[in-house]
Design a protein around this ligand. Structure first.
Ligand SMILES: [Mg+2]
Length: 388
């Protein structure tokens, strides 16, 4: 059975001021291309990720001051030239009204665009790209977001007057007049998606652990567990996993380290599972071979929904400082149980500090690879149709 096609986001592209210069294009001489537009549109088209439509107001085409025969030949030339660069629009919407007509088809009106609002498209992830504030307002009216093709110096205008009242700065995700930047933003990053976060607090008679986690972070945060070496190891996960984590643990260290280490692992595993949600678009598998001087660590993770833990590690010392090395196995096993992943870990002989650190670094990097989300991809990486 064929999988139903996923809903596509739409790129609503302005013409004048975005593709060609903002002047009345009523002659071939007046076609002046915006720098970078050919490569940008070719890349966006070739990505296959978007339904691409043109939405343009052309004031008074057909009226005496702008006869149709002066509009169409240059317009067709624009489309032909773009087609020669492998950029063909899926649809073109043109409105010829004058401002005083108050036409519902005139931007920011959505009169011409009803077909995109019937649930056939992923409107929340769609974008209007245009050079006027009315383009940003159009995005707001459509329920999508906007890239305002304007100089950064105009950013303040988003907060002023009518734009401010309409909260257009919330609708506008990027202000730039560089096509390169638009393409980088759309194809090279995951910025349109919300961050995958989880917040967990766990209190027992033995420990109190609180964690705020952002899987799409930048590697910031300083874990605080009362166990300096453990904090140092957790920091490796944060840094090499590019997670943002605010983690505090207060445990019964007067008894020993066991409860604290175990409960931090349980909370971390729960938070990762919660933040991953249904796992759509993720890589799912992550693996890392990481050298650290004389040690070589290997870690492989599969967020399959099934816990399995394989541990091939012999520490060369029982303690690192005050920290018992046997607890590392328990830490990763507990994580694995709660995150419901396969986790295989191995490290060669060497300095015990290096062995531990190499394992934690490799774990962080494997985790980062496994939770990686492909831009604009909502596929579930499973033939079973479920990863839980
Ligand atoms: Mg324009």
């Amino acid at each position: 059975m064929l999988t139903p096609k996923r809903k596509q986001p739409v790129l609503f592209l302005d013409r004048d001021g975005l593709i060609v210069d903002e002047r009345q294009v009523d002659s071939f001489e007046n076609i002046v291309w915006i720098p970078g537009v050919f490569q940008a549109l070719r890349l966006l088209r070739a990505s296959g990720l978007f339904h691409m439509v043109m939405v343009s107001n052309q004031d008074g085409v057909g009226l005496p001051h702008y006869p149709s025969q002066r509009f169409w030949p240059p317009h067709e030339r624009i489309l032909q030239t773009l087609a020669g660069e492998q950029m063909v629009f899926d649809k073109i919407h043109l409105d010829f009204s004058m401002p005083q007509d108050n036409s519902p088809n005139r931007k920011p009106g959505i009169g011409m665009l009803g077909e995109y609002l019937d649930g056939s498209y992923d409107i929340e992830r769609s974008l209007v790209i245009g050079d006027r504030l009315t383009d940003v307002e159009l995005a707001k009216n459509l329920g999508c977001r906007a890239i305002w093709f304007a100089s950064d110096a105009r950013k303040e205008e988003l907060k002023q007057g009518r734009a401010g009242e309409l909260n257009l700065s919330e609708t506008c995700v990027l202000v730039t007049e560089s096509w390169d930047e638009v393409v980088r933003w759309l194809l090279g990053s995951d910025t349109l998606r919300t961050h995958r976060t989880a917040s967990i607090e766990r209190t027992t008679k033995e420990t109190m652990v609180a964690l705020q986690l952002d899987l799409d972070g930048t590697g910031s945060g300083h874990p605080s567990t009362g166990l300096p070496f453990f904090d140092h190891m957790l920091q490796q996960i944060v840094r090499h996993g590019q997670l943002d984590a605010v983690l505090t643990a207060k445990g019964d260290l007067e008894v020993d380290e066991h409860h604290t280490v175990e409960d931090v692992a349980l909370v971390l595993g729960q938070a990762v599972a919660k933040a991953l949600g249904d796992k759509r678009g993720i890589s799912r598998y992550g693996f890392e071979i990481l050298p650290m001087d004389e040690c070589l660590a290997q870690v492989a993770i599969d967020f399959s929904g099934r816990p399995w833990f394989a541990w091939d590690v012999e520490f060369t010392r029982e303690r690192i400082g005050d920290f018992p090395t046997e607890l590392f196995q328990h830490f990763f096993k507990s994580f694995c149980d709660e995150a419901r992943c396969n986790l295989h870990m191995q490290v060669g002989k060497g300095n015990a500090h290096h062995q531990a650190e190499a394992l934690f670094k490799a774990f962080g990097r494997a985790l980062r690879s496994a939770v990686f989300r492909y831009p604009w991809n909502d596929e579930l990486p499973s033939t079973k149709g479920v990863l839980s």
